[in-house]
Design a protein around this ligand. Structure first.
Ligand SMILES: NC(=O)c1ccc[n+]([C@@H]2O[C@H](COP(=O)([O-])OP(=O)(O)OC[C@H]3O[C@@H](n4cnc5c(N)ncnc54)[C@H](OP(=O)(O)O)[C@@H]3O)[C@@H](O)[C@H]2O)c1
Length: 201
């Protein structure tokens, strides 16, 4: 498949790119700083662009099969509308270009429960932005899947538990490698259309 990755230079994004290439996909990494992408592969194209610019996204994503986003603000305590703005630009660009499949990374803190409410309060600016991103995606009319993991780790495994509409029970962390595996599986297996999916170790 031909995959378009946003946030490809991040810790989860790099895993998505690497695993996608290992699985034989063609990958376009849409990045603000191409120097941040150290991977080279004949099936990888690194394109410099602005993730909130609908027209740039539209031009770049032509003829792709799916878009994956692991975008996240580098400073989570600083007020930002990055996720909302990028979701708006991305979904509009997808609608215009006919790319229908979107798998996007959000956070388990949006599920109910006291620990999640505490996280949502501590990271309230980021969580508000992330909520706004989810609302845009859900209203997009695209074939979307929203992945909501708990705290991400650098552990070395790709297995995960998933549950549509709720967090897997007693799942407090998940490796970024496993998040990437889930997002790619959702695309390859054509699963979780129009679903918010809780994922965890
Ligand atoms: N950390 C956790 O425990 C946790 C838990 C649940 C959910 N999440 C969610 O997972 C997502 C990704 O997490 P992560 O740790 O993989 O992120 P990360 O390593 O911080 O990577 C963030 C990515 O977003 C890009 N980015 C940030 N600001 C940008 C901007 N203004 N313009 C263009 N690109 C920009 C970064 O590009 P550069 O390389 O150019 O900076 C990078 O590719 C976050 O949205 C977060 O909400 C995180």
């Amino acid at each position: 498949m031909k995959l378009f990755v946003i946030g490809a230079t991040g810790r989860t994004g790099r895993e998505i790119v690497q695993q996608a290439l290992e699985k034989g996909h063609y990958v376009t990494a849409f990045v603000r700083s191409p120097e941040g992408s150290s991977l080279t592969n004949e099936r990888l194209t690194v394109l410099k662009g602005n993730v909130v610019d609908e027209n740039q996204l539209f031009e770049a994503m032509q003829k792709h099969d799916a878009v994956l986003s692991a975008l996240g603000p580098r400073k989570v305590f600083k007020p930002s509308s990055l996720l909302h703005d990028s979701a708006l630009a991305t979904t509009r660009a997808m609608s215009r270009s006919g790319v229908r499949r979107l798998v996007i990374l959000s956070a388990a803190a949006h599920f109910p429960g006291i620990p999640n409410r505490i996280v949502s309060f501590v990271l309230r600016g980021h969580m508000r932005d992330s909520r706004a991103m989810e609302a845009i995606v859900q209203a997009s009319g695209l074939d979307w899947t929203i992945a909501r993991p708990p705290r991400l780790t650098e552990e070395n495994y790709t297995s995960y538990r998933s549950r549509e509409g709720a967090a897997p029970k007693m799942g407090f962390t998940l490796a970024r490698k496993a998040v990437a595996a889930f997002m790619l599986d959702a695309i390859e297996q054509q699963k979780h259309f129009h679903k918010i999916v809780g994922i965890a170790k």
